[in-house]
Design a protein around this ligand. Structure first.
Ligand SMILES: Nc1ncnc2c1ncn2[C@@H]1O[C@H](COP(=O)(O)OP(=O)(O)O)[C@@H](O)[C@H]1O
Ligand code: SF4
Ligand SMILES: [Mg+2]
Length: 324
């Protein structure tokens, strides 16, 4: 297994108390595989990714338990210097907002080239040639000329391609893309998603795709991990989840996807809001919003029940959900 996150716990000390952002997350991704991590805003998706990448804000963040096994090594046990070597070269991250992730005063060629100068000891000229190659690879038209331009001279979609090129530069084994298309319009979203999927196949990388939009992952993900209040509530091969979700929260997410054949009908929305992580409801954290909730849900935290060999659900009534 390329990446194995086991029972990860992260909290934040804030003025208002301790925010339990990640509460025992376990997920894994293999080479050549795409794992989609799905959940509403505030469910702990980014914090989990930051802990994996080693870019968590500490303090106020604190990893209070768990392991992050990458190619067999627990990254949480490495010194910062070793950690830095892993970051960039072996795992890289793509963020939602390319404009703030890229340096506004450097040309994209200089930024891409820098990866090769710093990490591979290349000359500036060779690095520039590699930068053009990378831009071609992420299909930026006119790469040879545009390599001299600054980030603000590119459209949102093209900037996102540049960030993908940065992440790919050193051919990492794992890429974590955190809402990479959320800021883009729908057509461009699909193109960027398709590009990521293609590069993942070509380079046999592992890809973690974080999104709040179940609609964008169907065609690109192999597995889905659904997060709620800092926990994985359902984990499943992608086709099984679309056929029949085994958790009421997943069902709610599926029912809220706009569908072409239902134009004009009112869209379903899960009632209420996700809980504050300062104050997670007892029992099943989803119970205040769950249409299937019963007494036991208010007191007993559901473990991740085994639905099948490849599938888990943290719902006491997963059978009913699956067959309902
Ligand atoms: N820097 C921070 N300081 C304090 N709390 C934070 C910080 N970053 C994240 N959190 C807490 O962690 C929660 C989960 O955040 P995040 O992982 O970014 O959610 P998601 O990516 O699923 O939208 C936030 O709602 C907040 O309570
Ligand atoms: S455990 Fe209960 S509240 Fe939680 S998702 Fe299942 S039915 Fe709903
Ligand atoms: Mg996030």
């Amino acid at each position: 297994m390329l990446l194995d996150v086991r029972d990860l716990h992260v909290e934040f000390r804030t003025r208002d108390g301790i925010a339990k952002a990640v509460n025992g997350v376990t997920y894994s991704v293999d080479a050549g595989e795409t794992l989609a991590v799905l959940g509403e805003s505030g469910s702990g998706k980014s914090v989990t990714a930051q802990a994996v990448m080693g870019i968590l804000d500490m303090p106020p963040g604190r990893i209070t338990g768990g392991e992050v096994l990458f190619q067999g090594r627990d990254l949480l046990k490495l010194k910062e210097e070793e950690r830095r070597k892993v970051r960039g070269a072996e795992m890289a991250m793509i963020f939602q907002d390319a404009l703030s992730a890229l340096n506004p005063v450097l040309t994209v060629g200089d930024q891409l080239g820098e990866m090769f100068v710093v990490h591979r000891g290349m000359s500036k000229k060779d690095a520039r040639a590699r930068a053009v190659e990378l831009m071609d690879r992420v299909r930026i038209p006119g790469a040879k000329e545009r390599v001299r331009q600054y980030p603000h001279q590119f459209s949102g979609g093209m900037r996102q391609r540049i960030m993908i090129a940065m992440a790919l530069a050193l051919e990492p084994a794992l890429i974590i893309a955190d809402e990479p298309t959320t800021a883009l319009d729908v057509t461009v979203q699909a193109q960027v998603m398709e590009l990521l999927a293609e590069l993942r196949r070509e380079l046999n990388m592992g890809l973690i795709l974080i999104t709040h939009d179940l609609g964008v992952v169907a065609d690109v993900a192999d597995r889905i991990a659904v997060m709620y209040a800092g926990r994985i509530v359902e984990s499943s091969p992608v086709h099984d989840i679309y056929k029949a979700p085994a958790h009421p929260y997943t069902r709610g997410l599926l029912d809220s996807i706009p569908r072409l054949d239902q134009k004009g009908q009112e869209l379903y929305a899960i009632k209420g809001l996700p809980p504050s992580l300062l104050n997670i409801p007892p029992g099943c954290a989803f119970h205040p919003r769950c249409p299937m909730a019963r007494d036991v849900c208010r007191t007993d935290v559901p473990p991740l029940y085994e639905v099948s060999e490849e599938r888990g659900s943290a719902c006491h009534f997963w059978r009913e959900c699956l067959h309902g």
